[in-house]
Ligand binder design. Structure first.
Ligand code: SAH
Ligand code: F3S
Length: 472
């Protein structure tokens, strides 16, 4: 397989918090020979969603351009940057615990620089230095351009705070440094203007801004030339993308037209922006995968109103029907929050019933976590007891496990195209890959190569995995 560059790869798999396969993933790049005496070895550890993974790639690009190195092995680092998530309280607790651990090493080594970047940095601001006074730099998502300057500044011993949100910052001129692989994440939009009452994102990532369409299609061409097969477009409300008269549907078409693109996906769209233009592109453009992650949040219209989601349960249900009518083979997944402010048992049952009725392929499910600074935190009582939140969460998790299992079982005997991603984690004689509908599939290698699309006949299935054999 032709690929970007012969870079070492390193990924750790522990689960920090949250969705979208949130994994700390570590960016590593080849060391460049540079003759600056301040060149540092930087280790970047990523928490949270794919947007953070993409931002870490950006940070690696900025640091490398400035002559620093990013390293795969934390023991080689003299700078450790945690790129953090603030979406739920336990995401932040995890980082505080990690910082305490890193501080032991700092006390031993003396000259270790520790930085906290991303959403939690922007959320806690200088309060982070009260909780962890040994932190050297605190930088929000719009401040990464200042990273090289910050690394020089902290050498004086004073902490550096970069917390300005900047609607004009899109990092359009920065070349991210990506991990090797077949799937590339491409940020097409930053920030969010939706202001759901439970959500911290608009406060820590600022106003919505879209990157220019031409720049994105050029990026995709470059990614394809580097060997990537699948492009995943990223944005907080990815389908509100616009560049002049070009909307998200147009962008999907234009990206799919780039010579050599095999698959295009995106995450996460907002139901209120699921226009016919988007649905048309999903239906008619062969490269656009038949998979949609469509966050529901609640099945109760009253709760949706308190969340300011701007749609009702009926509108969501109708939207799913319309999409399924147009694209019958589509897989739809979702996000659900239970125990939001003033959620009654009746509200919860409506969520449960809607999930049972719609039968999502999969779902990320969360207990509501009150976040300082959000509209709900200011205006609504967080009044569902913790045990009750846990009970509701467990109920929908059991329901979803059953449904996901049944949907996957129904694929037994069918043959599905799978893009080969690499060795299966459990067995190096097997590959794993994803179907067009984003289902993880495991199968014996045969003579297939990573990056191939192979036909796999499904022999068995669990709630999370399809298992089969390559057929010709
Ligand atoms: N539009 C973004 C949403 C980011 S947050 C995207 O999906 O890319 C991801 C999910 O976290 C949300 O859809 C929501 O289900 C959940 N979430 C957000 N804020 C939360 C909170 N305060 N408590 C619990 N879950 C939350
Ligand atoms: Fe958050 Fe709602 Fe935007 S969930 S990211 S405010 S669409």
């Amino acid at each position: 397989m032709k690929n970007k560059s012969p870079l070492p790869i390193y990924t750790s798999q522990s689960d920090p918090d949250g969705k979208l396969l949130a994994q700390p993933s570590d960016i590593s790049i080849r060391k460049h020979k540079v003759n600056t005496q301040f060149a540092r070895n930087v280790y970047i550890e990523t928490y949270g969603c794919q947007m953070n993974v993409s931002d870490s790639e950006l940070m690696a690009g900025i640091l490398t351009q400035a002559g620093h190195h990013t390293v795969a092995n934390i023991d080689e680092a003299d700078v450790i940057l945690l790129n953090t998530c603030a979406i739920r309280e336990n995401a932040e607790t995890k980082v505080i615990n990690r910082l305490e651990h890193l501080n032991h090493r700092k006390r031993r080594e003396g000259n270790l620089i520790i930085g906290v970047c991303g959403c939690m940095a922007q959320h806690l601001r200088d309060k982070l230095l009260e909780a962890a006074p040994y932190v050297d730099l605190v930088m929000g998502p719009d401040a990464y351009r200042n990273l090289p300057m910050a690394l020089n500044a902290v050498a004086s011993g004073d902490p550096f705070l970069g917390l300005q949100l900047d609607k004009s910052e899109d990092y359009a001129d920065i070349a991210p440094i990506r991990k090797e692989g077949i799937r590339a994440w491409l940020t097409i939009q930053r920030g969010c203007d939706k202001m759901c009452t439970f959500c911290i994102v608009p406060f820590v990532r600022g106003r919505e801004r879209s990157l220019p369409l031409k720049l994105l299609t050029d990026d995709v061409q470059r990614l394809v030339d580097e060997g990537f097969k699948e492009i995943v477009l990223l944005g907080q409300t990815v389908n509100s993308y616009h560049d002049g008269d070009n909307d998200f549907g147009e962008l999907l078409w234009r990206i799919a037209e780039v010579d050599g693109v095999e698959r295009v996906r995106f995450t996460s769209p907002h139901p209120a922006d699921a226009t016919d233009s988007m649905i048309d592109a999903m239906e008619n453009c062969p490269q656009v995968c038949k998979q949609l992650h469509l966050p529901l949040q609640s099945g109760s219209t009253q709760v949706l109103q308190r969340m300011r989601r701007t749609y009702t349960a009926e509108q969501y249900r109708d939207l799913v029907s319309k999409i399924r009518d147009r694209i019958p083979q589509i897989a739809i997944s979702t996000d659900v929050i239970v125990g939001f402010c003033e959620e009654t048992e009746k509200d919860f049952k409506q969520t449960y019933n809607l999930m049972e009725e719609i039968r999502f392929d999969s779902a990320f499910m969360f207990k509501y976590s009150d976040r300082d600074g959000t509209l709900a935190n200011k205006m609504l009582p967080d009044d569902v007891p913790e045990e009750e939140k846990a009970r509701r969460l467990n109920e929908i998790i059991s329901l979803q496990e059953k449904i996901s299992g049944e949907i996957n079982q129904s694929k037994i005997g069918t043959t599905v195209p799978v893009l080969v991603e690499g060795d299966s984690r459990r067995d190096s004689d097997q590959y794993h890959g994803k179907t067009d509908t984003f289902k993880t599939t495991v199968f014996p290698k045969d003579n297939a190569q990573v990056g191939d699309i192979v036909n796999v006949k499904i022999q068995s299935a669990t709630a999370h995995t399809l298992i089969g054999d390559i057929v010709t």
